[in-house]
Design a protein around this ligand. Structure first.
Ligand code: HEM
Length: 190
């Protein structure tokens, strides 16, 4: 099994109840009742309305000191108290991908402070980043970003997304959808 592969299937089945599907930039996704989050290639029980795939990967931008700081505070996805979640698929523009790595890093952190802004939400918000680009041209997004947090931390998460969307980095986002979910049963950490 490819443990780096994750599938996010929207439809009538899955661990998560979907509260909202909201277009932030560009075309939305269809509204669905439930979201299934599946690790590996396992098939889906019911035919989903959409199925987004991504893989966890090596990091591209963090420096050693940033990484050490994040590792010291960040929490894994799946804590029992973290009953709310958000799946935010994102596609960046060709102009972003045409930039060399050093210029992308400069926009991402030196000018947009993505890590600095994100760090303020730790450890309350947990995250996992999935990359889609190298899975093939049929993937509609470049990234699947996945978060969970306790209900009392929802305002903190709301502030985080507002702050990130105001940055220079986000001028390169050409499609973004925000899917808010909840679960009632504790899940095993994953
Ligand atoms: C919870 C706080 C957050 C922290 C600590 C955080 C941190 C990071 C870090 C360190 C990376 C770079 C990983 C690498 O080196 O390759 C990254 C990438 C990314 N994050 Fe965040 N982030 C947070 C929240 C968010 C949110 C709320 C969104 C979406 C609204 C988001 C979207 C992304 C995307 C799309 C990338 C990939 C950027 C690219 O490679 O072009 N992040 N994040």
């Amino acid at each position: 099994m490819n443990q780096r592969l994750w599938q996010f299937a929207g439809g009538s089945a899955g661990q998560f109840e979907v509260h909202s599907v909201r277009p932030v930039i560009g075309e939305t996704l269809p509204h669905v009742a439930r979201l299934a989050v599946i690790n590996g290639e396992a098939g889906l029980q019911a035919a989903p309305v959409f199925c987004l795939k991504g893989v966890t990967s090596n990091e591209r931008y963090v420096t050693r000191s940033e990484k050490e700081e994040l590792v010291a505070v960040q929490q894994p996805i799946g804590r029992p108290a973290a009953r709310l979640g958000a799946l935010i698929p994102i596609k960046k523009s060709q102009a972003w991908w045409d930039l060399p790595q050093d210029e992308r890093r400069a926009i991402f952190e030196e000018r947009s402070a993505h890590i600095e802004i994100g760090r303020r939400a730790l450890p309350n918000v947990a995250r996992r980043l999935h990359h889609c680009r190298d899975l093939g041209s049929s993937e509609p997004f470049d990234f699947l970003t996945w978060f969970d947090f306790a209900p009392e931390d929802e305002p903190r998460f709301d502030e985080l997304v507002v702050a990130l969307r105001a940055t220079e980095e986000w001028r390169y986002v050409e499609r973004e959808v925000e899917i808010r979910v909840s679960r009632s049963m504790p899940l095993s950490p994953s």
